[in-house]
Design a protein around this ligand. Sequence first.
Ligand SMILES: [Zn+2]
Length: 638
Amino acid sequence: MKDLKPVIGLEIHLQLNTQSKLFCNCPTQPGRLAWVKELLEKKGLEFEYLEHGLCLTCFDSARERNLSPEQIVKALVFASDGKPIIFLLPGDRRLDLKKAKEFLKSENLRPATPEEVLEFTGCIVGAVPPTIDGIKKIIDEKLLKNEKVSFNAGNHYSGIIISAREFLKSLDSFEKVDISSEEKLKEKFTENKSEKAPAIEDLPNSRTCPTCLGMPGSKPVLNEKAVEMGLKVALGLNCKINEEFYFSRKTYFYPDLAKNFQISQYEIPLGVGGELLLKNGKKIRIRRAHLEEDPAALVHEGGLHESNYCLIDYNRSGIPLLEIVTEPDLETPQEAREFLDALLNLLNYLEVFELGKNVLKVDTNVSIQGFERVEVKNVTGFKAVEDALKFEIERQKELIAEGKRQARETRGFEEASGKTKSLRIKETEEDYGYIFEPDLTKIAISKEKIAEIKQQLPELPEQKAKRLMKDFKLSEYDARVLASDFEIGKLFDQASKKIEARLAARFLTRELLAVLNYDRLSLKDSGISAEKIIQLLELLQEKKITEKAAKEALIKMAREKISPLEFLQKAGLTEKAGEEEIERACEQVIAQNPKAAQDFKKGEEKAFNFLLGQVVRRFKGKAEPRFVQKILERKLKK
Ligand SMILES: [Zn+2]
């Protein structure tokens, strides 16, 4: 029997990280726009950013962020003579209006109306962050008694955790006064929860308009930002860009696209004929990259099979998707996974996609060479793609072994059972009845515009790997590993300014990746800041700790969220005391072994190694031998 060789192609649909939809101005996210986070980053402050479930009270926020209510900064917007004032109080205190009026010498101080809050701050009531520039801010003294505080990042779903000192730095101006009530507020569980409805933009079908609801007569207007992002990806994949491209209507008779068609690209897409390299250097050809709109979300309350009805949330309808289609160049499920990793890395470099916030779905085409092809649709998650392919290849091989024919069909993947199931006999492209979209006639992009976008592309993984090899003389392996993870590559760039590059590369590619891979964490999710890793590398470089201790510290930093210095203290090796302790140990060992010390003075190498061993043993691997060696030599030569 001839060799049964799998042939795999992928179709990836990824949501582009735009602020508005593809053909209308509706926002793509419920106020999760991270402008507060970006503002703090721009100011160069150190803080933690956290996304979480809906929080409507300070008590909710405290729970979600694992803090106490007095640490939550309550930003109350007031008006006095038509001018806004923001009061910043601990979450468990009320504003003492009498004190506030006295301080401001204002009789007509009053809470701003919801409309005024929006006008003054651009935020909805309850989601105002303290960091609004250009407004008078008054901070209650009690708030600053906390070492750490936390506030809303401009919406009900995310927060900033920051030290009180950095917090003050985040404000363009402030005055510090005692303006809060003496008694503490208690959480009222009956506190009109139903009255405090979520902000309008958080509700289903709120981020919609006639266009994305498919109303007759509404017309699509192309979002240029989405086109630019799509172009960046296409260029990053080395695609040829079509200077003229078209949109088409694809027949789609399901309620999640109210128009009964999906606007997509068919005849002439954004880009064609690209490639992406796998880790081992294998080239995977890209057939095309095109833009299309995301359908709405179907909501089956209680589960697909249990629910008697289906709800539709059009908030998702019209979010820009980029579809990337590969040639069937992939040969194993493992390669498919590596391709997705490489693609995600490229997207991170290009900053057009944020995992967790934007969704990426994969359709796979898989066949055994010479036999009919099967499409497995809508697989979410890279591991699921690998599992679905593994199952499907085995299934097809068995069919062939039994002498049965594989029909051309579309299958679905059930993650729980790890099996694929037939959904329908596959449509051919003709079944979709594509026609040109008459409301979006020919889109033309000038050569200059393409050149401009190309020029603005950041350094991409391939280029980065080459630069690291050239500038730092790193091995190709280290350079490629560093470039294949955007976050770790960035960390290396920062570290190499202070740390010997090869030491940093070795530690990051081996120890750090081992710890992250073991816990299946990304650097971002691990919560270890770049600063702390660099601190650790400095200790290692100065030989204040051994590699073994550094690795141990790293594990503790990831799991127990401690800093390198805390680790040293716990291990009984404070940064400075480390040296003193070693000195003391050297003196003791010399005193206890006078003969060996004398032998050394006579020039016996062995005696020195014996003494060194004695000292090093006392520190159970926590002291760097070369550092001990230096101190011991110094002591012996005295
Ligand atoms: Zn819309």
